[in-house]
Ligand binder design. Sequence first.
Ligand code: ADP
Length: 249
Amino acid sequence: MTAANAVRVDRLSFRYPGSALTLNDVSFSIASGEIVGLVGPSGAGKSTLLQHLNGLLPTRLSESETNTWIDDIPVTRASLPDVRRRVGFLFQDPDDQLFCPTVFEDVAFGPLNLNLPDDEVRRRVQESLLAVGLSGYESRSTMRLSLGERKRVCLAGVFACQPSILALDEPFSSLDPRARRTLIGILKKFPGSQIVATHDLDVVVELCHRVLLLDGGQLRASGLTNDILGNAALMERHGLEVPLRLQPR
Ligand code: ADP
Protein backbone atom coordinates (compact mmCIF):
# COMPACT_ATOMS: atom_id res chain seq x y z
CA MET A 1 0.00 0.00 0.00
CA THR A 2 1.33 3.47 -0.88
CA ALA A 3 1.79 5.81 2.09
CA ALA A 4 -0.44 8.89 2.06
CA ASN A 5 2.55 11.13 2.72
CA ALA A 6 6.01 10.44 1.40
CA VAL A 7 7.33 12.97 3.90
CA ARG A 8 5.73 14.45 6.97
CA VAL A 9 7.42 16.90 9.30
CA ASP A 10 5.48 18.03 12.35
CA ARG A 11 6.62 20.93 14.54
CA LEU A 12 10.31 20.27 13.99
CA SER A 13 12.73 22.52 15.88
CA PHE A 14 16.48 22.04 15.96
CA ARG A 15 19.57 23.82 17.20
CA TYR A 16 23.22 23.00 16.61
CA PRO A 17 25.09 22.78 19.92
CA GLY A 18 25.77 26.27 21.22
CA SER A 19 23.75 27.99 18.46
CA ALA A 20 20.41 29.73 18.20
CA LEU A 21 17.43 27.80 16.83
CA THR A 22 18.21 26.76 13.23
CA LEU A 23 14.78 25.24 12.62
CA ASN A 24 11.84 26.71 14.45
CA ASP A 25 8.56 24.81 14.58
CA VAL A 26 8.58 23.63 10.95
CA SER A 27 5.65 21.55 9.68
CA PHE A 28 4.83 20.35 6.15
CA SER A 29 4.11 17.23 4.18
CA ILE A 30 4.89 15.94 0.70
CA ALA A 31 2.43 13.67 -1.05
CA SER A 32 3.52 10.58 -2.88
CA GLY A 33 4.88 11.55 -6.33
CA GLU A 34 5.02 15.26 -5.58
CA ILE A 35 8.07 17.41 -6.42
CA VAL A 36 8.58 20.21 -3.91
CA GLY A 37 11.09 23.06 -4.09
CA LEU A 38 12.72 24.22 -0.86
CA VAL A 39 13.80 27.85 -1.25
CA GLY A 40 15.11 30.59 1.00
CA PRO A 41 18.15 32.79 1.46
CA SER A 42 21.53 31.33 2.44
CA GLY A 43 21.53 30.28 6.08
CA ALA A 44 17.74 29.81 6.11
CA GLY A 45 18.11 26.21 7.32
CA LYS A 46 17.42 24.34 4.06
CA SER A 47 20.33 21.89 4.35
CA THR A 48 19.62 21.36 8.02
CA LEU A 49 16.01 20.54 7.24
CA LEU A 50 16.91 18.10 4.44
CA GLN A 51 19.34 16.32 6.74
CA HIS A 52 16.48 15.48 9.08
CA LEU A 53 14.71 13.57 6.32
CA ASN A 54 17.15 10.67 6.30
CA GLY A 55 18.23 10.89 9.91
CA LEU A 56 21.60 12.60 9.32
CA LEU A 57 20.34 15.04 11.96
CA PRO A 58 19.73 15.11 14.82
CA THR A 59 22.94 13.26 15.62
CA ARG A 60 21.33 11.62 18.64
CA LEU A 61 18.12 10.12 17.34
CA SER A 62 15.58 8.95 19.84
CA GLU A 63 14.49 5.30 20.04
CA SER A 64 10.85 6.20 19.61
CA GLU A 65 10.12 9.94 19.41
CA THR A 66 10.42 12.00 16.26
CA ASN A 67 9.02 14.97 14.36
CA THR A 68 9.72 13.37 10.98
CA TRP A 69 7.98 10.54 9.11
CA ILE A 70 9.00 8.94 5.82
CA ASP A 71 6.29 6.90 4.07
CA ASP A 72 4.46 7.10 7.43
CA ILE A 73 7.45 5.48 9.19
CA PRO A 74 8.75 7.52 12.15
CA VAL A 75 12.43 8.42 11.71
CA THR A 76 14.03 6.92 14.81
CA ARG A 77 17.26 5.10 15.49
CA ALA A 78 15.53 1.76 14.95
CA SER A 79 14.02 2.74 11.59
CA LEU A 80 17.15 4.40 10.22
CA PRO A 81 18.25 1.60 7.81
CA ASP A 82 14.72 1.43 6.35
CA VAL A 83 14.43 5.23 6.12
CA ARG A 84 17.80 5.53 4.38
CA ARG A 85 16.78 2.91 1.83
CA ARG A 86 13.74 5.01 1.00
CA VAL A 87 15.35 8.46 0.96
CA GLY A 88 18.10 9.07 -1.57
CA PHE A 89 20.13 12.01 -0.29
CA LEU A 90 22.27 14.18 -2.55
CA PHE A 91 24.79 16.31 -0.68
CA GLN A 92 25.47 19.81 -1.93
CA ASP A 93 29.19 19.05 -2.21
CA PRO A 94 30.16 15.86 -4.11
CA ASP A 95 33.24 15.64 -1.87
CA ASP A 96 30.90 14.78 1.00
CA GLN A 97 29.48 11.87 -1.00
CA LEU A 98 32.19 10.36 -3.21
CA PHE A 99 34.92 8.39 -1.52
CA CYS A 100 35.80 5.39 -3.71
CA PRO A 101 38.64 5.43 -6.24
CA THR A 102 36.50 4.65 -9.30
CA VAL A 103 33.07 5.61 -10.55
CA PHE A 104 31.97 1.97 -10.58
CA GLU A 105 32.93 1.41 -6.95
CA ASP A 106 31.21 4.57 -5.82
CA VAL A 107 27.93 3.85 -7.58
CA ALA A 108 28.07 0.18 -6.49
CA PHE A 109 28.66 1.06 -2.85
CA GLY A 110 24.97 1.50 -1.93
CA PRO A 111 23.67 -1.63 -3.71
CA LEU A 112 26.53 -3.70 -2.22
CA ASN A 113 25.49 -2.45 1.21
CA LEU A 114 22.00 -3.69 0.47
CA ASN A 115 23.60 -7.16 0.08
CA LEU A 116 22.40 -7.50 -3.49
CA PRO A 117 23.97 -10.23 -5.67
CA ASP A 118 26.89 -9.13 -7.85
CA ASP A 119 25.04 -9.31 -11.16
CA GLU A 120 22.21 -7.17 -9.75
CA VAL A 121 24.79 -4.65 -8.47
CA ARG A 122 26.42 -4.49 -11.92
CA ARG A 123 23.01 -4.08 -13.58
CA ARG A 124 22.05 -1.23 -11.24
CA VAL A 125 25.36 0.55 -11.75
CA GLN A 126 24.98 0.35 -15.53
CA GLU A 127 21.38 1.53 -15.47
CA SER A 128 22.11 4.40 -13.08
CA LEU A 129 25.10 5.61 -15.09
CA LEU A 130 22.98 5.43 -18.24
CA ALA A 131 20.25 7.50 -16.53
CA VAL A 132 22.72 10.28 -15.68
CA GLY A 133 24.45 10.17 -19.07
CA LEU A 134 27.71 8.66 -17.83
CA SER A 135 27.75 5.22 -19.44
CA GLY A 136 31.33 4.13 -20.03
CA TYR A 137 32.67 6.07 -17.03
CA GLU A 138 32.87 2.96 -14.81
CA SER A 139 36.66 2.77 -14.56
CA ARG A 140 37.26 6.54 -14.44
CA SER A 141 38.70 8.06 -11.27
CA THR A 142 36.10 10.14 -9.41
CA MET A 143 38.90 12.62 -8.65
CA ARG A 144 39.41 13.39 -12.32
CA LEU A 145 35.93 14.43 -13.32
CA SER A 146 34.38 17.86 -13.70
CA LEU A 147 32.14 19.09 -10.91
CA GLY A 148 29.05 18.47 -13.05
CA GLU A 149 30.18 14.91 -13.76
CA ARG A 150 30.92 14.34 -10.08
CA LYS A 151 27.42 15.51 -9.17
CA ARG A 152 25.98 13.10 -11.70
CA VAL A 153 28.05 10.23 -10.27
CA CYS A 154 26.59 11.08 -6.86
CA LEU A 155 23.12 11.01 -8.33
CA ALA A 156 23.83 7.67 -10.02
CA GLY A 157 24.84 6.33 -6.59
CA VAL A 158 21.53 7.56 -5.22
CA PHE A 159 19.52 6.03 -8.10
CA ALA A 160 21.36 2.70 -7.77
CA CYS A 161 19.73 2.24 -4.36
CA GLN A 162 16.30 2.73 -5.97
CA PRO A 163 14.92 5.12 -3.35
CA SER A 164 11.29 6.23 -3.47
CA ILE A 165 12.11 9.77 -2.33
CA LEU A 166 14.90 12.13 -3.40
CA ALA A 167 16.20 14.80 -1.02
CA LEU A 168 18.52 16.98 -3.10
CA ASP A 169 20.68 19.77 -1.70
CA GLU A 170 21.57 22.36 -4.36
CA PRO A 171 21.79 19.81 -7.19
CA PHE A 172 22.17 22.52 -9.86
CA SER A 173 24.89 24.67 -8.30
CA SER A 174 28.06 24.94 -10.39
CA LEU A 175 26.59 23.04 -13.34
CA ASP A 176 27.05 24.44 -16.83
CA PRO A 177 23.85 24.98 -18.84
CA ARG A 178 24.03 21.63 -20.61
CA ALA A 179 24.66 19.66 -17.41
CA ARG A 180 21.88 21.62 -15.70
CA ARG A 181 19.45 20.81 -18.53
CA THR A 182 20.48 17.13 -18.43
CA LEU A 183 19.86 16.99 -14.69
CA ILE A 184 16.42 18.62 -15.02
CA GLY A 185 15.52 15.92 -17.57
CA ILE A 186 16.75 13.18 -15.23
CA LEU A 187 14.73 14.50 -12.30
CA LYS A 188 11.58 14.94 -14.39
CA LYS A 189 11.74 11.24 -15.23
CA PHE A 190 12.22 10.09 -11.63
CA PRO A 191 8.99 8.32 -10.64
CA GLY A 192 8.99 9.03 -6.87
CA SER A 193 8.69 12.10 -4.63
CA GLN A 194 11.33 14.80 -4.49
CA ILE A 195 12.32 17.71 -2.29
CA VAL A 196 14.87 19.98 -3.94
CA ALA A 197 16.69 22.76 -2.06
CA THR A 198 17.99 25.24 -4.59
CA HIS A 199 18.70 28.89 -5.37
CA ASP A 200 17.96 28.19 -9.04
CA LEU A 201 14.38 29.44 -9.00
CA ASP A 202 13.88 29.09 -12.75
CA VAL A 203 14.42 25.35 -12.32
CA VAL A 204 11.91 25.33 -9.47
CA VAL A 205 9.34 26.87 -11.82
CA GLU A 206 10.05 24.17 -14.39
CA LEU A 207 10.30 21.19 -12.05
CA CYS A 208 8.34 21.69 -8.85
CA HIS A 209 4.62 21.43 -8.21
CA ARG A 210 4.86 23.23 -4.91
CA VAL A 211 7.28 25.39 -2.96
CA LEU A 212 8.26 25.74 0.70
CA LEU A 213 9.86 29.06 1.60
CA LEU A 214 12.15 28.89 4.61
CA ASP A 215 13.79 31.92 6.25
CA GLY A 216 15.42 32.21 9.65
CA GLY A 217 14.57 28.57 10.33
CA GLN A 218 10.84 29.18 9.94
CA LEU A 219 8.50 28.12 7.19
CA ARG A 220 7.29 31.49 5.91
CA ALA A 221 5.15 30.35 2.99
CA SER A 222 4.02 27.19 1.26
CA GLY A 223 1.91 26.86 -1.85
CA LEU A 224 1.81 26.35 -5.59
CA THR A 225 5.08 27.26 -7.26
CA ASN A 226 3.84 30.17 -9.33
CA ASP A 227 1.84 31.64 -6.44
CA ILE A 228 4.87 31.72 -4.14
CA LEU A 229 7.68 32.54 -6.56
CA GLY A 230 5.52 35.04 -8.49
CA ASN A 231 4.73 37.02 -5.35
CA ALA A 232 7.24 39.88 -5.66
CA ALA A 233 6.58 41.35 -2.20
CA LEU A 234 6.96 37.95 -0.49
CA MET A 235 10.10 37.19 -2.42
CA GLU A 236 11.70 40.53 -1.63
CA ARG A 237 10.82 40.20 2.04
CA HIS A 238 12.91 37.04 2.16
CA GLY A 239 15.86 38.18 0.11
CA LEU A 240 14.75 36.42 -3.08
CA GLU A 241 13.80 37.56 -6.57
CA VAL A 242 10.91 36.56 -8.79
CA PRO A 243 12.49 34.16 -11.31
CA LEU A 244 12.86 35.40 -14.89
CA ARG A 245 10.21 33.01 -16.17
CA LEU A 246 7.59 34.59 -13.90
CA GLN A 247 8.57 38.23 -14.38
CA PRO A 248 6.10 40.40 -16.30
CA ARG A 249 7.34 41.11 -19.84
P1 ADP B 1 20.94 26.87 4.09
O1 ADP B 1 21.06 25.47 3.57
O2 ADP B 1 19.56 27.43 3.95
O3 ADP B 1 21.98 27.80 3.53
P2 ADP B 1 21.95 25.73 6.55
O4 ADP B 1 20.99 24.70 7.01
O5 ADP B 1 23.21 25.29 5.87
O6 ADP B 1 21.18 26.82 5.68
O7 ADP B 1 22.39 26.61 7.80
C1 ADP B 1 21.44 27.19 8.68
C2 ADP B 1 22.18 27.82 9.85
O8 ADP B 1 22.80 26.80 10.61
C3 ADP B 1 23.29 28.79 9.40
O9 ADP B 1 23.31 29.87 10.31
C4 ADP B 1 24.53 27.94 9.53
O10 ADP B 1 25.65 28.76 9.82
C5 ADP B 1 24.19 27.05 10.71
N1 ADP B 1 24.88 25.75 10.62
C6 ADP B 1 24.88 24.91 9.59
N2 ADP B 1 25.59 23.80 9.85
C7 ADP B 1 26.06 23.95 11.12
C8 ADP B 1 26.84 23.14 11.99
N3 ADP B 1 27.29 21.94 11.62
N4 ADP B 1 27.12 23.64 13.24
C9 ADP B 1 26.65 24.83 13.64
N5 ADP B 1 25.89 25.63 12.86
C10 ADP B 1 25.59 25.21 11.62
